[in-house]
Ligand binder design. Structure first.
Ligand SMILES: Nc1nc2c([nH]c(=O)n2[C@H]2C[C@H](O)[C@@H](COP(=O)(O)OP(=O)(O)OP(=O)(O)O)O2)c(=O)[nH]1
Length: 154
């Protein structure tokens, strides 16, 4: 008897939306990982047996060298390349000392949402995330959609 072929499970990832004074903590991906040089949030793939929150905290530790706490799950979508991504509002200490892992991250910075949305190197799925926020499909506690986003931005 031949087994019925099963669909390949989607790859799952989790990302951290970290806020400070109306800006998001963004990273530029290193040249040696997938999507090299793209701007996005910290995060990564969920390993077997991990919860989303566990994977989030592990990835932020690996990439930025800091502790974090998974706050609330904001949104979920599927990238153009078929990865299911969970977006979590995430807390870090006020005085956290970021030390990037250069194998994974080339640079990090605080970025206002308008700058992020217009950034030419923004990862496409993050553009979708910001556009969905702009369209009020979900809210991000602690920050409101900027007034000066015009329709041309999404
Ligand atoms: N890190 C991160 N990944 C994101 C974001 N938005 C988004 O769609 N993704 C996708 C890209 C990838 O398909 C997946 C995570 O990939 P990754 O390359 O960062 O993960 P990783 O370090 O664990 O690498 P891998 O072993 O899973 O390949 O999530 C984001 O803002 N940050």
């Amino acid at each position: 008897m031949s087994a019925t072929p099963q669909p390949t499970p989607r790859k799952r990832a989790v990302v951290g939306v970290i806020l400070r004074q109306n800006q998001f903590l963004t990273i530029r991906r290193s040249q040696t990982v997938a999507a090299p040089g793209k701007i996005c949030f910290p995060g990564g793939g969920i390993q077997p047996g991990e919860t989303e929150a566990e994977a989030l905290v592990r990835e932020i530790r690996e990439e930025l060298g800091i502790s974090s706490i998974a706050g609330s799950r904001l949104y979920e979508n599927v990238t153009g390349w078929g990865t299911s991504v969970a977006w979590w509002l995430t807390q870090i200490e006020e005085d956290a000392q970021v030390e990037i892992n250069l194998e994974e991250v080339a640079h990090w910075s605080w970025m206002p949402p308008q700058v992020m949305l217009r950034h030419p190197d923004l990862l496409s799925s993050n553009r979708d995330f910001l556009a969905s926020w702009r369209q009020a499909r979900f809210v991000i506690p602690g920050i409101t959609v900027p007034d000066d986003w015009d329709d041309a931005d999404d």
